[in-house]
Design a protein around this ligand. Structure first.
Ligand SMILES: NCc1[nH]cc(CCC(=O)O)c1CC(=O)O
Length: 309
C-alpha cells in the first residue's frame, strides 16, 4: 500500500508532512509514504497581507483539488489555515497532539512585551495579533510582516522591526526556540483557532486510510479543542479578515475557553472566558460565538466590511 501526502513546500509544511510520514512508517513499516509538493495561491502572493487577499482556503485549495482528482491521498495542514467548511467529498481524518498553542514574542534578545519602548515597531499582518497588541499598547506601531516563518525571522534580524509575533508552534517545529524572548500568555494574547494543531485531511470514503491515520496521529484532547474552536470560527465567519481568537484548553473538569472579537484598533474588545462541560463541544463553540456576536460583535463585523471595502 502507498499513501501520497500533498504538501506545500515551505520549510514548516515539509517538516509537518515529514513528521506525519514518520509516524505512519513507525507503526506501519510496510506502507510506502510519498510527499508530493504542491504550490498554493498563498505561497505565490507573498507581499499582500492575508486579510487583504481575503480568500478562504488560500493555503489549502490546490491541495484539496489534487485530493479530489486522486493525485494525492491526504494533506497535512496547520489546522489554523483550514477553513471551517471543507469541499464536498473531503473531511478531517485526524487531529495531532497540540504543539504550544500560544504566540511567541521575538525581538533579537532586546525586549519583552512589557519593556518594549514607546512607539516601537512591531511586525505582524494578523488582525488578531494587531488588535490585541493595540488594546494593551496603543502606542505601538504595527507594520505588515508576511512570508514563511524563516523569512519573518530573517526580516527581524535585518532590523526591519523592534519585535515580531509568531505562533510558538511554527518557531519550535523549525528549531528556532532560542530566538523566542517571551511566550505570550493567553490572558494577553488569545491564540488563533486551532493554532498548534495539525489537521490531516483526506477523502470521505477512504476508510482504510482514515483508520491508519487516526491510529497514528489522532489526539482526543486536540479533537475536542478543535471542535469547540472550529465551531466558533464557523459561527463568526470571516477567518483572517476578522480580529478574533478562540482557545479551548482541555482540563480534567471541563474545557476552559477564552474567546474574543475586537475592532481593528482594539478599542472595542469583547471577551468571553470560562469553564464548559466536555459534552457537545460544537454547541459550546457556537454558544460562545453567539454571545460575542450579540454583545456587539455583529456591529464590529459590519464596520469591518465597510472599512475593508
Ligand atoms: N498564518 C500562517 C501560519 N499557519 C500556521 C503557522 C504555524 C503555527 C501553527 O501550526 O498553528 C503559521 C505561522 C504563524 O502564524 O506564525
Amino acid at each position: 500500500m502507498k499513501i501520497r501526502i500533498g504538501t506545500r513546500k515551505s520549510k514548516l509544511a515539509l517538516w509537518q508532512s515529514e513528521w506525519v510520514k514518520a509516524q505512519i512508517q513507525k507503526k506501519y513499516p510496510e506502507i510506502e509514504v510519498e510527499l508530493v509538493k504542491i504550490v498554493t495561491k498563498g505561497d505565490k502572493i507573498l507581499d499582500a497581507p492575508l486579510a487583504k487577499i481575503g480568500d478562504k482556503g488560500l493555503f489549502t485549495k490546490e491541495i484539496e483539488d489534487a485530493m479530489l482528482k486522486g493525485e494525492v491521498d491526504i494533506a497535512v495542514h496547520s489546522l489554523k489555515d483550514v477553513p471551517s467548511i471543507l469541499p464536498e467529498g473531503l473531511k478531517l481524518l485526524a487531529f495531532s497532539h497540540r504543539e504550544d498553542p500560544r504566540d511567541a514574542f521575538l525581538s533579537n534578545g532586546k525586549f519583552t512585551f512589557k519593556t518594549l519602548p514607546e512607539g516601537a515597531k512591531v511586525g505582524t499582518s494578523s488582525l488578531r495579533r494587531k488588535a490585541q497588541l493595540k488594546r494593551l499598547r496603543p502606542d505601538l506601531k504595527i507594520e505588515d510582516l508576511r512570508g514563511n516563518v524563516d523569512t519573518r525571522i530573517r526580516k527581524l534580524k535585518e532590523g526591519q522591526y523592534d519585535a515580531i509575533i509568531l505562533a510558538a508552534a511554527g518557531v519550535k517545529r523549525l528549531g528556532f526556540d532560542a530566538e523566542i524572548d517571551e511566550i505570550l500568555s493567553p490572558d494577553i494574547m488569545i491564540p488563533s483557532v486551532s493554532q498548534g494543531i495539525l489537521g490531516i485531511e483526506g477523502r470521505e470514503n477512504d476508510l482504510k486510510i482514515e483508520k491508519i491515520v487516526r491510529d497514528v496521529i489522532n489526539d482526543e484532547n486536540s479533537e475536542l479543542a478543535a471542535a469547540v474552536e472550529r465551531a466558533f470560527l464557523k459561527t463568526v465567519e470571516g477567518g483572517c479578515q476578522v480580529p478574533m481568537g478562540c482557545y479551548a484548553e482541555v482540563k480534567e473538569k471541563g474545557i476552559y475557553v477564552r474567546a474574543f472579537i475586537a475592532s481593528l484598533d482594539g478599542k472595542t474588545f469583547l471577551k468571553e472566558e470560562g469553564l464548559f462541560p466536555k459534552e457537545n463541544p460544537r454547541e459550546t463553540g457556537k454558544k460562545i460565538a453567539e454571545r460575542l456576536l450579540n454583545q456587539g460583535g455583529k456591529e464590529i463585523l459590519e464596520n469591518l466590511k465597510e472599512e475593508t471595502k
